[in-house]
Write a protein of this length. Structure first.
Lengths: 277, 280, 222, 280
């Protein structure tokens, strides 16, 4: 393309913007996770993630993965979208990292495929097992993690975090940040387009760094002005240094049941993994 | 009439030393709509910020309901609460006002600071219904249209039922439909007894006002909008309504005509003086 | 440099959460001491940090690298604690909403990018500021900051085979040089050049943002 | 007449799946001013971005001077250079175009890529002088007024002497004086042989155009601006000039009148039909 900097960034911007708006679509559809109280849902999913991190065996990880898929299915998330979001990029990247581990140089063990005899280079059974376990674990964690934003509006995530003891000031900044990310995104996107529109020549590396630096500088100034105006707007509306929140969601017996389910299942699976059960 | 604002010899210098306002004097009375007109950079927004107690004049005084507005008063929690409830400020750019995750939380922001929780919830729902934007309540501000954002930002102010509403260029960057809606809202504010101060460079909007001030660092005109046309409007860089421009030009050509400011006035006026032969 | 879930073992994850708790506590305390005016500003700066991470810069091998912006925020706000909180919030948003960096690794990621990076960057800048000028000092600060943070991440990876086998498979001898070289040659120079240009730009266009804190406060409330 | 743009059955879907444009067909000929009108969200800006080769249609084709615009063509160094020089795009918000530390550097950005250093300096100075903003050359774009920013952003485009100028809402958020200046500039572009495409929802601005298209995802009107008034303009949420509104209302009351679109037309028309008794 004309210029790596602008095109790659534009792609990213659109992808990010798109994904987050797109994925809020399922937060309002009917489904198991959508119907749960946000705090309970987040804690339960984090418990599953921790359980996956603790597991060392492929079988346990497969069971955890199946639970994640089941939860996604029960929450009416189209499987194609879900799998795409989970398996593209992060686990694939982990898989690439794990490739060298399969060889006898990294993981000595029983030869599975011998590639070279002198020096002896082979793919080992232990190596493959290691690589699969590692990649599968990353994928399993991601499958649980994605369920949070797919099934919860972000304002509910932040209010839940507040209710869980994260200080009010942090929540306020998070909400402000999330809001202004979207506002400033469009600004950046147009800034990129305007440069692309005027870039007659491919920009060299140093020049595109320079352009990016100036763009970030302009963005900072815009950001700063916006911060000042927002302060005035908050002050004008009665802000005194703390923001009051209302937490509307209530925990029902269904939530308690789900929490109990996730704790018990995770505990059993981890104990099974360690060979206790 | 009860005096709401009294601005006495107010001057303001920006931190970089340039002058925004110079010896400004004005009075605003209860249940008036007052327009403050002036070109870009005339200090209009700064004046509004001073009236909202967000910044303080470099010299001069400003009184709200007879009480002088000072930094000390606004640091007093009780007095500030009262002042913030009574006076609402609608910023020009709704994006700076909409910083909460959802429309509902946005409108509930001020009530939650000022009322009990139950009353805040009630007021918020009521305001959203009155403004006919209850269906937007769970939406995030980032995917609203410009007109919707403006209505939400006005709702944010209305949810604490202010007596005085300050508006900075309320119709700028709106499409024609939203512009008319905002103008109707301003009329309804007056009907319900509120006082409205509008800052603008759009004379069409100013035609709603009972009185207007023209500001260019200093107050250079003070009176009815109708009487404005005796000034050199081009120099002030104001948006003169096209209808008025048309009649001003006719006057230049030697016709002895009135200068209407709105389309309806012009239609009535033309109906009166137009020859019947053109009537079908 | 965003460590995903599953790369670090549970002990390492828990350890960094424990380390971060007092740091976050102190950061929030610092925050509460700030002028309330700074709160919305910090909100938009956090958004800014998020967006800065999206500026991918082309590097010679044909791929791209991105900066973190921690040093930049610490310098522009003249307070590394502010950067810690801003970067931490960005990392949490990225972990939860964008799947960038793991939820179990939030502690470690915040430590590398939110503590090591801005503090090293900021103090290198402060140390050099009067010697080589603030523009060059900011570039060097950003460079040292991001490379140090990358080495920390490499060290955390490299520790895994020794304390918790089954997670990241590479020992120090592999992971530390890999992380260090990538950042010495790509993200590091990018962060240095861009940070220096932004500092130069803001200095030139809005010099008032660089005035001391007292002046800023009185300027706005005057 | 030479065909500059030929847009054939162009559709565009946003990444989130919603439709921005549907089967749009249009042609733009050399030395025309063409206005593309439409309400907010009608896909006007997207169409302009497609015409500038910034985004590509989801389906359909677009030809510039007979050559199909594709990703591949714009990847070719020579063809890209030619296209980017020939077509200039003035964005709605000048802030997104201006991020060099000085006005001079901003305007010199494209010439420095295209010409030798000496010629680039010469072109930049010349453009700034022609646009009467040479005195701003060392200023930071950040602290210019809205009108000045707009003029700088137009200068950025003019410094490489494009044949075609695409403008997105060129008069939005400008004060009346700057608005008139921009409108004069557009006229001067036509006089010097350039082709201009303006996207707007302001009919006053559209009155400059030789032809107009009304867009609401699809092309729903194509012809002279004058003939527009047969459409239901309210539904399209377009800014109808007040002068036209006045005469439309007179027509409603049963008067048999023409519908002028500009003030001067209206003055001439009224002079003709007004009874002499009102003349002084």
């Amino acid at each position: 393309m004309d210029n790596k900097l602008f095109d790659k960034t534009i792609e990213h911007v659109i992808k990010y913007l798109n994904e987050s708006i797109f994925f809020e679509k399922y937060t309002k559809s009917e489904g198991l996770l959508q119907s749960l109280e946000s705090r309970v849902k987040i804690i339960s999913l984090v418990i599953f993630i921790v359980g996956s991190v603790l597991s060392k065996h492929i079988l346990t990880l497969l069971i955890f993965n199946a639970i994640a898929l089941l939860l996604a299915y029960l929450s009416n998330i189209p499987m194609y979208q879900y799998l795409k979001r989970v398996y593209v990029f992060i686990p694939i990247f982990a898989g690439l990292i794990a490739i060298p581990v399969m060889f006898n140089i990294m993981t000595p063990g029983k030869d599975l495929i011998v590639l070279l005899n002198n020096p002896h280079i082979s793919i080992t059974y232990e190596g493959v097992k290691y690589a699969i376990t590692f990649t599968l674990r990353v994928a399993t964690c991601v499958s649980f993690a994605v369920l949070i934003p797919i099934t919860t509006q972000w304002n509910k995530v932040t209010s839940a975090m507040h209710k869980l003891g994260i200080p009010e000031v942090v929540i306020t900044i998070t909400n402000l940040a999330y809001r202004y990310i979207f506002l400033l995104l469009n600004f950046i996107l147009d800034m990129m387009y305007s440069r692309k529109s005027r870039a007659i020549k491919k920009l060299g590396m140093v020049e595109s760094w320079k352009e990016a630096g100036k763009a970030i500088g302009a963005l900072f100034i815009k950001t700063y002005q916006m911060g000042e105006e927002t302060y005035y707007a908050m002050l004008s509306r009665g802000y005194t240094g703390e923001i009051k929140h209302i937490y509307m969601e209530k925990i029902t017996s269904k939530d308690i049941l789900f929490l109990a389910f996730s704790i018990i299942i995770t505990a059993i699976l981890v104990l099974f993994d360690r060979g206790v059960v | 009439m009860k005096e709401i604002y009294k601005v006495v010899d107010v001057s303001y210098k920006y931190p970089n030393g340039s002058t925004a306002l110079e010896d400004v004097n004005l009075n605003i009375y209860k249940n008036e709509i007052v327009a403050i007109l002036g070109p870009n950079g005339a200090g209009k927004t700064t004046l509004l910020k001073i009236m909202n107690g967000l910044v303080f004049p470099s010299s001069g005084e400003i009184y709200f309901e007879g009480k002088k507005l000072t930094d000390e008063i606004l640091r007093n929690k009780e007095l500030m609460k009262e002042f913030r409830r009574k006076v609402g400020f609608v910023f020009q750019n709704p994006d700076v006002m909409l910083f909460n995750p959802t429309v509902w939380e946005e409108v509930a922001f001020s009530p939650l600071h000022l009322y009990s929780k139950e009353k805040a919830i009630e007021k918020t729902d009521e305001t959203l219904k009155n403004m006919k934007i209850y269906h937007l309540k769970d939406r995030h501000p980032y995917n609203l249209s410009g007109g919707e954002k403006k209505k939400v930002s006005i709702s944010c102010i209305l949810s604490v039922e202010p007596d005085v509403i300050l508006m900075d260029e309320p119709t700028s960057a709106l499409d024609p439909k939203s512009r008319l809606e905002v103008m109707d809202l301003i009329r309804s504010f007056k009907d319900s007894g509120k006082t409205v101060v509008i800052v603008t460079h759009d004379l069409n909007l100013a035609c709603l006002a009972d009185r207007c001030y023209v500001l260019n660092k200093k107050v250079i005109f003070d009176g009815k909008v109708k009487d404005l046309f005796s000034l050199n409007l081009d120099e002030l860089n104001l948006d003169v309504p096209d209808v008025s421009k048309l009649f001003l030009k006719l006057k230049e050509r030697g016709y002895d005509v009135d200068i209407p400011t709105t389309i309806d006035e012009a239609v009535d006026y033309l109906s009166k003086i137009m020859p019947q032969k053109n009537k079908k | 440099m965003h460590i995903p879930d599953g790369y670090l073992g549970p002990i390492t994850c828990a350890f960094f959460y424990l380390i971060m708790i007092p740091i976050w506590y102190k950061g929030i305390k610092e925050l509460k001491k700030l002028d309330p005016r700074k709160l919305p500003l910090l909100g938009v700066l956090t958004a800014f940090a998020f967006l800065v991470m999206m500026f991918n810069l082309p590097v010679p091998d044909g791929t791209t690298a991105h900066m973190v912006g921690g040093t930049l925020i610490a310098i522009l706000m003249d307070n590394p604690w502010v950067a810690t909180i801003a970067i931490s919030i960005v990392l949490v948003i990225q972990a939860i909403f964008f799947g960038d960096g793991g939820i179990t690794c939030i502690g470690a990621n915040c430590f590398n990018m939110g503590v090591v990076l801005p503090f090293v960057g900021y103090y290198v800048y402060k140390f050099l500021r009067n010697k080589v000028g603030e523009v060059i000092a900011s570039g060097i600060g950003a460079y040292v900051g991001i490379v140090t943070a990358a080495i920390c991440a490499g060290f955390e990876f490299g520790l895994q085979p020794f304390i918790e086998p089954g997670y990241c498979p590479y020992p120090f001898t592999v992971s530390v040089p890999a992380m260090a070289i990538a950042h010495l040659l790509t993200a590091g120079p990018a962060a240095a050049v861009v940070t220096a240009i932004v500092v130069w730009y803001v200095r030139k266009v809005r010099p008032d943002l660089f005035t001391s804190k007292e002046q800023q406060v009185s300027g706005v409330n005057a």
